[in-house]
Write a protein of this length. Structure first.
Lengths: 108, 108
């Protein structure tokens, strides 16, 4: 189960892909495959959560990693770059932003 | 505890605020207050998760709502718009995108 907890200390990578709406499902499949066969076996990977926007113009991965060092190691690995290149080629653009989760608020 | 689960059927709203880095903490406080005193008491609110980017240029709320109808009701309420206006005034821009969580993958 994927949980959000500011005390985890995870690095959060939110990667927003802008796509043509008719390519949203194919991009989802590419990201899913890359996650199952690559990312989730890497040291420090915690979770990837794949979203499709209501208007199908965005496919967004909310990913958790144990540390920045693990994330940097993945990013500098040519094998990982092949997967990312395949996703990038399907999208019009993408914007990866690195975050710290600071607060979680649940319903009263 | 906040959990991500595609089977929940929640509507996910990812709202990315672009800010001057020296305003990131103040925007975080505004969003935190608006969530505690307003949003979390509303019908259909599930969670708000406030992130600050590593470069402090983005403050992003990953919010879960039970249904689009609940989210629409909040959006059309003038009291909620006051809170959102205060946050928007602190930011250079903001981009709310509505999503469905389609897949969650955890570490192998």
């Amino acid at each position: 189960m994927v949980t959000l907890d500011p005390r985890s200390g995870y690095v959060v990578l939110i990667n927003t892909f802008t796509v043509q709406p008719d390519k949203a499902e194919e991009l989802l499949r590419i990201l899913s495959r890359a996650t199952e066969h690559g990312m989730r076996h890497r040291p420090g990977f915690v979770s990837a959560n794949l979203h499709v926007s209501r208007d199908r113009r965005y496919v967004t991965n909310y990913a958790q990693w144990s540390s920045q060092a693990d994330l940097d190691a993945m990013m500098s690995d040519p094998a990982a770059r092949v997967h990312m290149g395949e996703a990038a080629a399907m999208a019009d653009s993408f914007e990866p932003i690195y975050y710290e989760l600071r607060q979680s608020h649940s319903a009263a």
